[in-house]
Design a protein around this ligand. Structure first.
Ligand SMILES: [Mg+2]
Length: 283
């Protein structure tokens, strides 16, 4: 949260040699005023998607997602945080307000907004039904092959992790999922590389998150700390890397202090939501 949009040097200076939650610095236009441990738009939209999945018995209707995102946008504007919207979501919501069908509003969305909010779909959906569920969750804002590939990678690792796979078992399944949309090689080449760019484009930030997960396959906290110190779209890269590794290691592998802090600062009750998502896997 505090390092987003800064460069790597500034990000490292903020986070310290032992990266940890920090307050949003006053000169960060997105993060200023936020207390250490605050979640960002990635988590807010994950919760939004999770609630839609629960309400829709595992299915996300385009109109329901469009309405939920428009409500979220109004809530962010009310709280003076309109800058949280990414470029594809902003464009899609503008088209929706003009009356366009939610099936056509995402056709230019190539950024990481679909991948950043997809983890709940991976929790709620077994692998054999996953790709269709990913496309349903992306379409309104990010209906492009690269955005679907990025979201499919994150969702596949999460779903395989929930089934008990480690990251090394989940990664080839994720690459195969990306190849359905023409981007298998992008993710195969990313394994072990580190940063492939920190921009909001799905083609940069999602392979970077996948690569970071491949380097810290058993430590979501370390993967997230490394991602956060890269600068750029750090909150989103760390959210995606953390979701992938965390699904493969389970809650008990996360530092208890950090988990407690996130729950307290954000007043989020993840466990009950996750239980309801898990119940949808066997529907
Ligand atoms: Mg971000």
């Amino acid at each position: 949260m505090p390092a987003q949009e800064f460069d790597g040097d500034r990000a490292r200076a903020i986070l310290g040699t032992q990266p940890d939650f920090r307050d949003g610095p006053p000169d960060n236009p997105i993060a200023r005023g936020l207390p250490a441990g605050s979640v960002t738009d990635d988590t807010m939209q994950c919760v939004l998607v999770a609630e839609l999945l629960v309400d829709g018995a595992g299915v996300i209707a385009p109109r329901a997602l469009a309405d939920a995102l428009m409500r979220w946008e109004r809530e962010m504007a009310r709280r003076g945080r309109s800058e949280l919207l990414g470029p594809s979501t902003r464009r899609a919501l503008a088209a929706l307000k003009l009356g366009y069908d939610p099936l056509v509003t995402g056709t230019a969305g190539t950024t990481n907004g679909a991948a950043m909010r997809i983890a709940p779909v991976g929790i709620a959906t077994p692998l054999e039904r996953l790709l269709a569920a990913v496309v349903d969750a992306d379409r309104v804002t990010h209906d492009t092959p690269i955005a679907h590939a990025g979201a499919a990678v994150v969702a596949t690792v999460v779903s395989a992790g929930v089934d008990g796979a480690g990251f090394s078992e989940a990664a080839p399944l994720a690459i195969e999922a990306a190849s359905h949309f023409g981007f298998g090689e992008l993710f195969e080449d990313a394994m072990g590389k580190g940063s492939l760019g920190t921009g909001v484009e799905a083609a940069e930030s999602v392979p970077t998150a996948f690569s970071i997960a491949s380097r810290w396959p058993k430590d979501a906290w370390a993967a997230s700390g490394y991602a956060a110190a890269l600068g750029g779209d750090t909150d989103t890269i760390a959210a995606m890397a953390g979701a992938m590794v965390g699904a493969c290691t389970g809650l008990s592998a996360l530092p208890a202090n950090a988990v407690r802090k996130v729950k307290e600062v954000n007043e989020l009750a993840f466990e009950s939501l996750v239980d309801r998502l898990l119940a949808l896997r066997s529907r």
